[in-house]
Write a protein that binds this ligand. Structure first.
Ligand code: PEP
Length: 248
């Protein structure tokens, strides 16, 4: 399975800054193409700029959220069609900052994921436990609940248009990366849960790791069993550091 290296730019970068970073990533990839799929999840205002900078390059553009409706009276929200019109191919759903800072429920994350897929976007569902949940021995139960409510079923095969990002909440933006044992354990659990739900095709759904990935630890993480990619926040804001991770 092709690995995925994805950047989450969160609420950073003006359009000009996004254009410059995306152009630097595209230039690096044109000099030395990557065997991995490369995606940048940009802020809404910069999606069209990033997509334009990536035109003709191997990198794809994604959005960080979506609302599960075609259109309507949803002030402040954005539809799959608007994202596609701006140039997004992918969308993140259930990022831990949306779950824990913006109080998004498992149920809403599930509706967003299913609707995005139904409308032709590719979806990357983010799941992960808090430190409290891990310390209470509830890792697998939390992953199971988030996957069961977040995983769309009955809308055709998911291979090639769906991915899971395992991001322990305690490792996001904290500088605390999960150790290899913790990553192996969690990814094996996600793989088991995916196969339990989807049968054999669960083996072909990419599982990305996210949480304080840096150029220095990316090589080790990407080499672990069941780690099919990396989702990078802070270290993806700088083109050079993101490209170093792509090459790790
Ligand atoms: C993220 O935003 O998904 C993330 C993993 O952030 P960071 O790499 O900064 O921990």
């Amino acid at each position: 399975m092709q690995k995925i290296i994805a950047a989450n730019w969160k609420m950073y970068k003006t359009r000009q800054e996004a254009r410059e970073t995306a152009a630097a990533v595209a230039a690096a990839l044109s000099g030395q193409p990557s065997p991995h799929e490369v995606i940048v999840f940009a802020p809404f205002t910069a999606i069209a700029d990033v997509a334009a900078a990536f035109a003709g390059s191997q990198a794809l553009t994604g959005a960080q959220d979506v609302w599960p409706a075609v259109e309507g009276a949803f002030t402040g929200e954005i539809s799959p069609r608007m994202l596609q019109d701006a140039g997004a191919a992918w969308v993140l759903t259930g990022h831990s900052e949306r779950r824990h800072v913006l109080d998004e429920s498992d149920e809403l994350v599930g509706r967003k994921t299913a609707f995005a897929l139904e409308q032709g976007l590719k979806a990357m569902l983010c799941i992960g436990e808090t430190l409290e949940e891990r310390e209470a021995g509830r890792l697998e139960a939390v992953l199971q609940r988030q996957l069961e409510t977040g995983l769309p079923v009955g809308d055709g095969p998911l291979e090639g248009r769906f991915a899971v990002a395992y991001e322990p909440v305690w490792a996001i933006g904290t500088g605390k990366v999960a150790g290899p044992g913790e990553v192996l354990e969690a990814h094996a659990a996600v793989r088991r849960l995916l196969c339990g739900r989807l049968g054999d095709s669960g083996h072909r759904i990419p599982i990305l790791y996210g949480g304080s990935v840096k150029p220095a630890n990316a090589g080790t993480l990407i080499g672990l069993d069941n780690v099919d990619g990396l989702l990078i926040g802070g270290a993806s804001l700088d083109a050079q550091s993101f490209v170093q991770i792509i090459r790790a």
